[in-house]
Structure formats: C-alpha cells, structure tokens
Design a protein around this ligand. Structure first.
Ligand SMILES: NC(=O)c1ccc[n+]([C@@H]2O[C@H](COP(=O)([O-])OP(=O)(O)OC[C@H]3O[C@@H](n4cnc5c(N)ncnc54)[C@H](O)[C@@H]3O)[C@@H](O)[C@H]2O)c1
Length: 294
C-alpha cells in the first residue's frame, strides 16, 4: 500500500486490545477510522481517542456474528466516507476448556464470533475493497490457527478456518488482474489485552443455556477450567503490548506481506507440528511449549 493518509480503515473489535491499537495506529498514519464493536461504552471512548488524533472517527455498534449487522457496518462506512481501503476483521472471543467438557453453546459462540465474524467481514467488504484499488484486508487469527493448542478446541477450529480463508483469498486475488487488494493474516502469540474476560460479551441467550450447577466430577472439571483460565490470564498480563502488534500489521500492509506473526519464535512450535505431519507421525506437543493446560 502506497499511503494511508486520508484513506478509510474499518476495524472490528476496536474498543479494546489489538483492535483499539490498530484503530489508533491507522489514525497515526492519517487515516479516517470506522471502529466497530459490540460493547458501547468502551467503543465510544475509543472513538473519542481516535478522533483526538485529528482524523475522522466513526463508532458503529456491531455484532460480527450477525451477517446483517456487518452489512449495516459496511453501509454506514460507505454512507459516511464513500469508500473503504483497509479492513481488519479482528473481533474475537476465547475461552479455555477441554473438548470433552465443551457444550454446543460454547462451540457456537466462539465459532460464530471468530470464524463467522471473519466470513461476514470478507463477504460485505471485499466488493468495496476491489472497487477502491490499492486496498488491504487483514483478519486476526492466532498461532492457534497454525497449531492445535490443547484446551482451546473451539478457538483452534475457528482460527484454523480464518487462516484458510485468508490464504485462499490471497491465492485467488493474486491471479485476479481486476483486483488490487492486499491480503494478510495476523497470527498473534500472547498479547496483553482483555481477552481473558471475553465472557463479558457472550450473548445472554448462550449464557443462559450454559448456566448449570456442577456437581461431583463436573465440579472438579469446572475447577480445572478455572485454573486453566487463571493461567491464561496470568500469561496475558505478561504479554506483548497491543501497540507493537498493530505496528507490525500496518508495516505488513505497506509491504503487502501475507503472514504477520507477533512472536516469530513460536514458529519453532508450528514447525514441530508441520514436521510431524511431513513424517506422518502422531501429534505431540513440543516439550518446551506452554499451553493452556499448564
Ligand atoms: N490477546 C491475545 O493474546 C491474542 C492472541 C491470539 C489472537 N488474538 C485475537 O486477537 C483478536 C482481538 O482480541 P484481543 O486480544 O484484543 O481481545 P479484547 O477482548 O481486548 O478485544 C476484543 C474486542 O472484540 C469485541 N467483540 C467481542 N465479541 C464481539 C462481537 N460479537 N462483535 C463485535 N465485537 C466483538 C470486544 O468487545 C472487544 O472490544 C481476537 O480475534 C483474538 O482471538 C488475541
């Protein structure tokens, strides 16, 4: 991408963490920013912070799990700015737990937000990006989209899907003479954000279905899940600052680079997985890898 100055960026999940850092990063490059999020209070605060950089900011309450809501976001962007040049499908939620303890509502929530959220973003924004020229789309996956982390089943599944969508899109657009759209996938390691409290955004309907009073074995499993989540929260506290991640994404957009890894050192774990595949060996976790189980 030649320049972001005066252009229009859309970021989902922009009220917090990596999304907010991306929105501020685009503002720093002189771009106008559409901030989309499901949480109204933090969204309004982020909108004001972005606007304080002297660019136009528009906050739009959006549920990325809902196709119509993302369609309305695209329309609101075009109505206000007439075009869109950068799109970050970034909103996501996560929750730890062994697959054998997951309920269908747990799968549904994570897959709806993390995978369908990206599908909706690609579907509704790609035509505008193709029209705009020298545009770029990036979706936030995870290192958990490149290797399967024990204790994160639904999240791994959704993030592998995000990597597959973006890789496919990149390959398709490479061959398309009529499209001038860069594609990237962001695969962060551990970043210091609010994702440990992602449950705050679980829809009431799915929350109600999950409410049950555990007894006996289920109570022990709940305690295990609590320990696992506490470990994840502690690791996030020590994680990378989101502004560093945003800077890497923006650099990749300028350079039209597909892979964006916040922690390239984690490729050793990804390569361990890929090498086992190449050798047709059964999967094991690399000895040095710290997963949500530890
Ligand atoms: N923090 C990490 O260590 C890490 C690592 C790998 C990947 N990621 C990914 O980074 C992305 C951003 O997460 P984060 O870590 O900044 O977390 P965060 O909780 O700080 O921010 C996520 C934002 O998404 C919003 N959101 C949640 N559900 C939504 C919905 N249905 N519609 C619209 N917005 C919604 C939240 O309100 C929040 O503002 C996610 O896709 C996450 O999976 C994070």
């Amino acid at each position: 991408m030649e320049t972001m100055q005066g252009r229009v960026a859309v970021v989902t999940g922009a009220a917090s963490g990596i999304g907010k850092a991306l929105a501020l990063g685009f503002a720093g490059e002189g771009a106008n920013v559409v901030l989309a999020d499901i949480e109204e209070g933090p969204l309004r605060e982020a909108e004001a912070e972005v606007a304080s950089h002297g660019v136009d900011a528009l906050g739009v309450i959006t549920n990325v799990a809902d196709a119509d809501s993302v369609g309305a976001l695209a329309q609101a962007t075009i109505d206000r700015f007439g075009a869109v040049h950068m799109v970050c499908n970034n909103a996501g939620v996560g929750g730890g737990g062994l697959i054998r303890n997951q309920q269908l509502v747990d799968w549904k929530w994570v897959v709806d937000v993390c995978l369908w959220g990206v599908i909706h973003g690609v579907h509704h924004f790609l035509p505008h990006l193709i029209e705009a020229e020298d545009s770029h789309i990036v979706s936030t996956a995870s290192v958990a989209g490149l290797m399967s982390v024990p204790g994160l089943g639904p999240y791994n599944a959704a993030k592998y899907g995000v990597v597959a969508i973006m890789e496919t899109l990149h390959l398709e657009l490479q061959r398309d003479k009529n499209a001038d759209v860069g594609v990237s996938v962001l695969c962060p390691g551990v970043v210091r954000t609010n994702i440990a409290t992602a449950q705050r955004n679980r829809p009431e309907e799915l929350r109600r279905q999950r409410r049950e009073r555990p007894t006996g074995k289920a109570r022990t499993e709940t305690a295990d899940a609590r320990r696992r989540n506490a470990n994840i929260a502690a690791a996030l506290e020590r994680g990378m600052d989101p502004s560093e991640v945003a800077a890497k994404v923006i650099e990749a957009m300028y350079e039209r680079r597909f892979w964006v890894l916040s922690h390239p050192e984690l490729l050793a774990d990804v390569n361990h997985r890929n090498q086992q595949l190449a050798n047709l060996e059964n999967p094991t976790v690399r000895a040095s890898f710290t997963d949500a189980e530890q």
